[in-house]
Design a protein around this ligand. Structure first.
Ligand code: NAP
Ligand code: HSE
Length: 450
């Protein structure tokens, strides 16, 4: 499928480009500030002024840390959606309802759209792109993934000659901030989350960050672009970071790994005549300390792509926060304004080459880290090795440390496996649950080496 259209706009448009801004929070405030404070430089770039015509918020009484010109703040979206003079609607309010309906209304009225809303792009993006194409307007969504890091343009255009083999990404600033603070400073989970919220990185409901829902939206967008297919967000396998404990960070460190929330997608070439499949998953992952992504800390995000021509590419930068995200939003505004000048739209259509089936999680092969509490008795290790062996899993290393805080008669085992199938691992874990000697499976994490 190719979504494309004839251009609607006419070249040589005079006067300013008029913006209607939906939202004046963390990102919207940054966008307004940038448009107002760097107006002259942006006008030089575009060849004409960009005018902030209207700003819609929910609560007009709220104190703002950005001051917008008198009379432009409103709580009525009709002031943007029904204003025929507004050229570009910039949506930085978030959510799917009523946002999707408002953007459809804007598109039908012939307005171009810039959005930072990954939830909406991941769930309704294909429909919005089709609608925009049929009305000859653009939708730009660079800020929806990776904050200020150029990603969408890279996948849409710069890597277009490649067959992408895999991508591994750290694409949630909040969780990376929390995991970095826990790993490097021994911080507890709750204060690290509170810091990320205070810094404006977290979503209004941090569940979306810590349960990795936010990362699945972003992975759905990136994987759809990278593999030229439609990856539905609900089909992405997901585990959040809330089960991680200080003991996992200690054990991972001792083994030479770091723990990151990794979003990954990988192409599987199958037999002759069979379509390729892709695996798409987001979960806490052990990365060897010497791989590129392992050094991505704090609010920084990075995407490591392997293309068949280009080889390895690492895109790295600030993945959240007001200034980096508004950098991407304003770049999209400038891009659309330049298209308006040239009288074009939809120059780079979103192309779907075919529907690549998703590999079920049970068929995924990876290495595993398993931390167990077992009865400290003769023969227990042999029982565990037997259960793994019964399900085709080979142990690469097993460490038992004498731990001062261990419950009486218990020992902690940290086991690393060779490559194993997820289905085999789940069957082995079921066997452990029936084994009296296994007191607790404290954590099971997958190991990747992108
Ligand atoms: P935010 O701080 O919560 O701001 C949301 C803004 O939208 C507020 O000004 C709010 O008005 C307004 N708003 C929300 N619902 C509204 C409604 N129904 N009618 C009118 N106005 C409404 O959110 P944010 O962090 O800036 O995020 C905005 C979008 O950018 C989201 O899609 C988010 O996923 C995305 N994003 C955020 C970041 C980041 O670092 N924060 C990075 C990349 C992408 P009031 O101010 O009156 O409440
Ligand atoms: N909550 C998101 C994050 C904001 O922490 O990455 C950027 O999308």
């Amino acid at each position: 499928m190719t979504i494309t259209s004839a251009p609607r706009s006419s070249a040589g448009h005079a006067g300013s480009v008029r913006i209607g801004l939906l939202g004046l929070g963390t990102v919207g405030g940054g966008v307004a500030r940038l448009l107002l404070e760097r107006g002259e430089a942006i006008a030089r770039e575009v060849g004409r002024p960009i005018e902030l015509r209207r700003v819609v918020v929910r609560d007009l009484t709220k104190a703002r840390d950005v001051s917008v010109p008198d009379g432009i703040l409103t709580d009525d979206p009709a002031n943007i959606l029904d204003d025929p003079e507004i050229d570009i609607v910039v949506e930085v309010m978030g959510g799917i309802h009523p946002t999707g309906d408002w953007l459809r209304q804007a598109i039908r009225a012939g307005k171009h759209v810039v959005t930072a809303n990954k939830d909406l792009v991941a769930t309704e993006g294909a429909e919005l792109l089709r609608l925009a194409a049929s009305h000859g307007v653009d939708i730009a969504y660079e800020a929806s993934v990776g904050g200020g890091i150029p990603l969408i343009g890279v996948f849409r255009q710069d890597l277009a000659a490649n067959e992408v083999q895999s991508l591994h990404a750290i694409i949630n600033g909040t969780t990376n901030y929390i995991l970095t603070r826990m790993a490097q400073d021994g911080a507890d989970y709750a204060p690290a989350l509170a810091e990320a919220q205070a810094l404006g990185y977290a979503e209004s409901d941090p569940t979306n960050d810590v349960e990795a829902i936010d990362a699945t939206y972003k992975l759905a967008i990136l994987a759809s672009l990278a593999f030229r297919t439609h990856v539905p967000q609900p089909e992405i396998y997901r585990e959040g970071i809330t089960r991680l404990r200080a003991d996992d960070f200690r054990a991972a460190h001792d083994l030479g790994y770091v723990i990151k929330l990794v979003a990954m997608a990988r192409r599987h070439h199958r037999g002759l005549g069979e379509p390729d499949a892709i695996e798409v998953r987001v979960h806490p992952t052990l990365l060897p300390r010497d791989v590129l992504l392992a050094g991505v800390n704090g609010v920084y995000n990075a995407v490591h792509v392997k293309g068949d021509l280009v080889g390895d590419v690492l895109l790295y930068g600030r993945g959240a926060g007001s200034a980096p995200t508004s950098s991407a939003v304003v770049a999209d505004i400038i891009d659309i304004a330049l298209n308006l000048n040239a009288g074009i739209a939809n120059r780079v259509p979103f192309k779907v080459a075919g529907d690549l089936p998703r590999l079920p999680i049970a068929e995924v092969e990876t290495r595993y880290y398993v931390r167990l509490w077992v009865a400290d008795q003769p023969g227990v290790l042999a029982q565990i090795a037997q259960a793994f062996g019964d399900h085709g899993i080979s142990i690469a290393s097993c460490i038992q440390k004498e731990t001062s805080g261990a419950p009486e008669g218990s020992a902690e085992l940290v086991i690393v496996t060779h490559l194993a199938r997820e289905a085999g691992m789940r069957a082995a874990l079921d066997a452990f649950a029936r084994m009296g000697a296994v007191r607790e499976v404290a954590n099971v994490l997958r190991i990747e080496a992108p």
